[in-house]
Design a protein around this ligand. Sequence first.
Ligand SMILES: *[C@@H]1O[C@H](CO)[C@@H](O)[C@H](O)[C@H]1NC(C)=O
Length: 432
Amino acid sequence: MAKNNMPVVSFLFTLIVVVFLFSHSVHCNRNRNYAASSFLSSYDAQEVGLSKGSPWPLPRIFQPSSEIYFLDKLKFEFVPRSYKCDLMIDAFNRYYKLIFDLNDVSSANSPNSRLIFKSHKIRNEQMSSYNNILNVILMNPCENAITLKSDESYVLNVDTKNSYLEAKSIWGILRGLETFSQLVYVQNSQFAVNRTYIKDQPRFSWRGVLLDSSRHFLPVQTILKFLDAMAYNKMNVFHWHIVDDQSFPFQSVFPRLSQMGAYRPYTHVYSRQDVAQILEYARVRGVRVVPEFDTPVLGKGQMYLLTQCFSGNQPNGNFGPIDPSRNENFNFLQEFFKDVASAFPDSNAQQKSLVLGGEACLWGEYVDSTNVHSRLWPSASAVAERLWSDESVRDIADADRRLREHRCRMLRRGIMAEPGTGPGFCEEEMVL
Ligand SMILES: *[C@@H]1O[C@H](CO)[C@@H](O)[C@H](O)[C@H]1NC(C)=O
């Protein structure tokens, strides 16, 4: 991962590290080469418990203590002390729910339809001198959308007198709120948080996941849930392999491309509103969406675009790459990419910038909305930690405890993360 600058021709070539986590072939699944499982496998047989209130990925400087404060759900407040904006207020609402509602039996049921969690009955007594306020100090006006140059660092201090979260950018505030939400756990029917000091920043600015919506169509709701999970793991680039040979679900100004190329022309497509919704959902979570359009696949809906293959003198029904002998094809591509750029305004700027980081890549051939979350998480969480935490973070037993807690945390938040760390159980899991 060289740190020297290199010019970037196209975003397809920009990734310095692409982490191929998942094999698309079934018989390879047994030795999937993902970091978490291989380095944790030797611990499978041991009784290793879950951590309580430990963050994932591990912050740069993490100084917890054994002093516990109890939070009062009804009194707790995030208080902006400097700049504020809609992005911040939205995030306060999201994280208040993640911290308090998902753990509390008196609130809405678990969002999880297949797994039932036993919620805690929370007592709301003032048990400590904690003042139930997290001061949020944003030192600059909110940026509109995250870029590779954005600052995601933050300082989070939880103690009795002055609990604060401070950051130079709204993205640091979002990452810090995620961490704060992970510090809170339930202890003796109370919301507990330990006195903690954290100073954190990512190791890399490109921390991505590739999803493929061409080999199998992924409904918008599945993609939104995936973006939630990315935020829970502080990942910031959704590399959207949106179209390919198998299907063309993107509705462009050339309607035939998706009408003829999608699995179903009306149900298995992303309308412009769908794309806009996904971009906005990602934006407010500090995630960039980088679309990947592979040109040979445009063929089905555009006559004469691809080169015909012949057997003898007869076209044999097969097609090769885009036919370069037809000038119309160049005009078509120009118009098409102009259109793509108007749907994904961020992708132009990003091509020009420099990239440093990596991606967890998920082959789409054997994945659809039934298994995409469980196949990705918590495996991709291991990649998230490699890309966020310092390179010196290598304590396997500690990672095991934290990843187990993080997997249970994701389940509680409605992400169907698989039991990627071997035998064990989540405390709140209910036996049916
Ligand atoms: C919080 O404090 C409790 C009780 O002292 C301790 O058992 C636990 O390990 C601490 N949690 C963290 C994340 O340090």
